[in-house]
Design a protein around this ligand. Structure first.
Ligand code: GLU
Length: 493
């Protein structure tokens, strides 16, 4: 298998959306599978969009997901610098190579004049192409252009428009006519390169042989092919990743479609394993029904030719479902002790003064109900603090409301007596006691157990009653049952 040398080349704009991360996952998997190389390159030449701290966020997110780069910031592999802003001289040198070949020119035309070209073409209803307005500077010899050029004057490519054909690993065989090839800007007024130019140079110098990126770059590909050709560079494998679609409609997933940034999901307690699994399978499958994949399995099974060529729909419900599956999987495989440290920072404030042993017990009975780790905050509060006493909630419960208040009081009294007299308080004895109570009172489990469950938790859900009572302990359980019984008695007076 050919070793894939590829890269993730994000722009540090501060917000890491789902689509950005997917563009990192596929190249990572392809590189690892072929024992190749995954390079991180920061594309920070658009200074207007630069956001402080964004690079750190990208690096931190990749590390969190387990997508460690083989080369990049802090990991020099001899191809650095890995920040494009530090490679300015390289791009200028490469732009000059094109000037020497007669394939680029310095263009002093100001933006107002360019706008008049655009307007004129629009007025005539012909597509605007800058090459149709090429200034006289293009007629100068390469030597003259080079002598006269200084930073502050943009350098443009001199297009050689012609029909072009190429293969995209996802989109198949493609072609484009000359009408989409233009004199694109290579070096901007500020001396920095455009994305269009910089990535060609960097990919070549970094020995990149596979470029995976969003499908939005497809329309510019004919210009990129022209640049490869002008430099005499072999074209890398091109992989266009279809858009991730919003949950509804036929549009690209945007910030407003309910999808949070990766950072927010992380804060909510989505596990990196689940995020990786979900995003890898968003637009790719191995042809089987399998849904849960570890990173190693993904590396083994990934193939470019099974990336869907149409947009995949984002589904947060599925992501959270998968996260729940991952919580279960990891707890089952690793045990509570090993998983527990991951819950740090996700417990309710009320848990502050409780020790790890107790919190592990709570986790042990609740983990299989969690969708995210932050569910712990709402789902476990009553294990650490008395719940908000809300007798109405009890009376309105669809099972409990079948009982009269007198029956409720009587049942609670029986439960209290039974539990009080237990010689041992553990899940086993509690299970037996609760079953005995059912038999003795001839109540339906849903009715009797809802009454007891709500009385000790006032929560919409809780783990199995015997387990809940066991973790709450005898003193707390009985105190809460008594409190409800007293309140009901008062009500009846
Ligand atoms: N810097 C580009 C972006 O963030 C990367 C495109 C590419 O991977 O070449 O969209």
């Amino acid at each position: 298998m050919k070793k894939i040398i590829t890269r993730f080349a994000p722009s540090p704009t501060g917000y890491i959306h789902i689509g950005n991360v997917r563009s990192a996952i596929y190249p990572y998997l392809a590189a690892k599978q072929s024992d190749g190389k995954f390079i991180l390159r920061i594309e920070d030449t658009d200074q207007a969009r630069f956001v402080e701290g964004a690079t750190e966020l990208i690096e931190d997110t990749l590390k969190w997901l387990g997508l460690e780069w083989d080369e990049g910031p802090e990991k020099d592999g001899g191809n650095g610098p890995y920040f494009q802003s530090e490679r300015k001289a390289i791009y200028q040198e490469w732009a000059k190579k094109l000037i020497e070949k007669g394939r680029a020119y310095a263009d002093p035309t100001d933006s107002d004049t360019i706008q008049t070209y655009r307007d004129a073409d629009n007025a005539q209803k012909i597509p605007y192409l800058y090459r149709n307005h090429r200034p006289k500077e293009t007629d100068l010899s390469p030597e003259e252009i080079l002598i006269n050029w200084s930073e502050g004057t943009p350098i443009r490519f001199k297009a050689d428009p012609k029909p072009r054909k190429w293969h995209d690993e996802v989109m198949g065989d493609l072609h484009a006519g000359p009408e989409v090839q233009d004199d694109i800007i290579l070096i901007k007024k500020d001396g920095l390169p455009t994305y269009n130019f910089a990535h060609i140079v960097d990919d070549f110098l970094m020995d990149i042989n596979m470029v995976a990126r969003g499908v939005e770059y497809l329309s510019s590909t004919p210009n990129y092919l022209a640049l490869y050709e002008a430099f005499g560079i072999e074209q890398p494998l091109l992989v266009s990743l279809p858009h991730i679609l919003a949950p509804q409609g036929n549009k690209k997933l945007g910030k407003r479609d309910g999808a949070k940034s990766v950072t927010e999901y992380r804060k909510d307690g989505v596990l990196p394993e689940a995020m990786l699994n979900y995003l890898a399978c968003l637009g790719w499958n191995d042809g089987s029904e399998q849904e849960i994949y570890t990173k190693d399995e993904l590396i083994k099974k990934f193939s470019l030719d099974r990336i869907q060529n149409s947009g995949a729909r984002y589904d947060e419900v599925k992501l959270l479902w998968m996260n729940g599956q991952w919580i279960r999987k990891l707890v089952t495989e690793q045990g509570i002790d090993k998983f527990y440290p991951r819950t740090d920072g996700f417990w309710p404030d009320s848990a502050k003064n409780f020790d790890d042993k107790y919190k592990k017990q709570v986790l042990g009975i609740i983990y299989d109900r969690l969708k995210t780790l932050s569910d712990l905050r709402e789902m476990t509060d009553y294990f650490f603090a008395d719940p908000k006493f809300d007798i109405e909630q009890l009376l309105k419960n669809k099972f409990v409301k079948k009982l009269s208040e007198q029956e409720m009081t009587g049942l609670l009294q029986l439960a209290i007596e039974k539990l009080q007299n237990l010689p041992d308080w553990n899940a086993e004895t509690l299970k037996t006691a609760l079953n005995d109570l059912l038999a003795e009172t001839s109540q339906k489990p849903a009715v009797l157990f809802s009454l007891i469950r709500i009385s000790v938790s006032f929560a919409p859900f809780s783990p199995a009653l015997d387990l809940t009572l066991n973790v709450l302990g005898k003193e707390v359980s009985l105190a809460r049952l008594n409190k409800v019984k007293e309140a009901l008695l008062l009500d009846q007076q």
